[in-house]
Design a protein around this ligand. Structure first.
Ligand code: PNW
Length: 497
């Protein structure tokens, strides 16, 4: 009687899995990135990346003129980092490879022994503790030697990146089963070229950002295709990209069209080419930028078009979707003649919308970051509606503070509230969320905010040569969630909230 058996199984699964439990197989991790933690910027043959150049050339663009020269000194303290990951009980640790450490001239004919040794040690130490390495190939730190040829605005960058990816797959693919090609191209294209607040610091709103965007999509796709063709059958890993997406919500019921347009600019420009059946740019944005370019007196669009071949190359290059989620904005149409502020993320004034925040969203220690947990579920549901029933890995989520509190109640509350929304997305909306990653394992170099903004579950003492790491309450809380595989944790931290 198969139905009786099925009924018994489903009842028992129901009994075992409460609504605050995560599905079996759901994985938990934490993340960092090379420039933000490694330090050792000129050690072991490593060449300069664009972030080395940026902080050394424009110290005034970084709070307190900070640099990542030493950062968390993870180049020397990687064993300690693996200890922290193990203390938390992480299933995986997401870190990035520094391209200019592994390939000092940017090209694959000179592989650094020191770079190889460093990443091999880190990967092996993680695996020894049964922690899966999840490796990001590119987290904002292009070799300066390639920037000298135009960096992300030179179409050849797609091949440069693909060659680097092949080296990394062949050196580490036997042990690394999860790869992220590019972290947040919106940050290194739109924020970078629209505002100059990120390396390379070159400002070209409405032009540079779009060229970078297209080249980044091609770079990702070429790397994915190489994995598919040359490595998948041997290593059987998964490859995708990590996109940063703010939840963009209609300000009033009349602003739904404006909000959808903004979503297509922020999410669509980096998702539509990869995750839809049609591929290419989101049609609404392609049309708007073509019209605007005409108004600017140009005989062509500032948005570089995709050829048919390129559309095919990029389309479908994912094994899951990586999502970095932090915060939200409201959206409304601009009034005629209203000045559109320089908003770096949905840059230039190509779409005539105004972004805002609601008064009830609490601001964190960072200017751009307001807390609205329900948005997380809305974002996940929108992605499912837009791109289909694909697996989503939360590749970053976390909370900023500007104080040194070891008892970081706000951060614990943020994790709890956001994980609740992940569970609702899974249980109520049927979104296939496969795992969750905290940004960040420890405090680190927070780009233009230097060390003034902290995201860590571990506090790092940047005044001590030892860069001592101390767990905060959020580390305790996250460790209990992982251990119980549930938000039903009765521990002293939650009692105190
Ligand atoms: C992400 N914004 O970057 C990055 O992947 C991390 O390197 C970074 O430390 C983390 O989020 C926290 O900021 C962002 O201005 C950079 O909206 C900028 C923005 C958001 C995320």
């Amino acid at each position: 009687m198969w139905w009786l058996k099925a009924a018994v199984i489903s009842v028992s699964v129901f009994l075992v899995l409460g609504e605050r439990d995560f599905p079996l197989g759901f994985i938990f991790g934490a993340a960092t990135s090379a420039y933000q933690v490694e330090g050792a910027w000129n050690v072991g043959g490593k060449s300069c990346s664009i972030w080395d150049t940026f902080v050394h050339t424009y110290p005034e663009r970084i709070v307190d003129n900070a640099t990542g020269n030493i950062a968390c000194d993870s180049y020397n303290k990687w064993k300690t980092d693996v200890e922290l990951a193990s203390e938390l009980g992480l299933h995986f640790y997401r870190f990035s490879i520094s391209w200019s450490r592994l390939l000092p001239n940017g090209f694959p004919n000179n592989i650094s022994e020191d770079g190889k040794r460093y990443y091999n040690n880190l990967i092996d130490a993680l695996l020894e503790k049964r922690i899966q390495p999840l490796v990001t190939l590119y987290h904002f730190d292009l070799p300066q030697s390639l920037q000298d040829f135009g960096g992300w605005t030179n179409p050849l960058v797609a091949d440069w990146f693909a060659h680097y990816a092949r080296v990394a797959f062949s050196l580490f693919g036997d042990r690394v089963k999860f790869w992220i090609t590019l972290n947040e191209p919106i940050t290194f294209c739109d924020i970078a070229y629209n505002s100059g607040s990120q390396a390379p610091g070159y400002i070209s709103p409405g032009v540079g950002n779009y060229i970078c965007n297209k080249n980044a999509m091609l770079a990702h796709a070429k790397a994915y295709r190489i994995y598919d063709k040359e490595f998948r059958s041997k290593y059987n890993g998964k490859v995708s990209i990590a996109n940063e997406i703010f939840w963009l919500e209609a300000d009033t019921v009349n602003d739904e069209e404006a909000a959808e347009k903004a979503r297509q600019l922020m999410a669509g420009m980096y998702c539509h080419p990869i995750f839809t059946k049609q591929g290419g740019w989101p049609p609404v944005i392609e049309r708007i930028i073509a019209e605007k370019s005409k108004e600017n007196g140009l005989p062509y669009s500032r948005l570089p078009p995709y050829t048919e071949e390129e559309i095919e190359l990029v389309k479908g290059t994912f094994d899951f979707m990586g999502l970095n989620f932090y915060t939200s904005r409201t959206v409304r149409n601009a009034k005629p003649g209203e000045e559109i502020g320089p908003w770096p993320l949905i840059g230039s004034s190509d779409i005539d919308v105004i972004l805002g925040v609601r008064p009830q969203w609490k601001q964190t220690g960072v200017s751009w970051f307001y807390i609205y947990p329900e948005a997380f579920r809305k974002q996940l549901a929108w992605l499912k509606k837009e791109y289909g029933d694909i697996e989503i890995l939360i590749t970053e989520n976390g909370c900023a503070s500007s104080n040194l509190d070891v008892d970081d109640k706000v951060r614990v509350q943020y994790y709890k509230d956001h994980l609740e929304q992940v569970l609702l997305a899974i249980n109520e909306d049927g979104v296939r969320v496969m795992g969750y990653t905290v940004w960040s394992l420890m405090d680190n170099f927070e780009w233009s905010d230097g060390y003034s903004v902290k995201f860590g579950m571990y506090d790092v003492d940047f005044d001590s040569p030892n860069r001592t790491r101390t767990p905060r309450s959020s580390a305790d809380y996250y460790a209990s969630v992982i251990k119980r595989h549930s938000l039903d944790v009765n521990n002293k931290i939650i009692d105190k909230l």
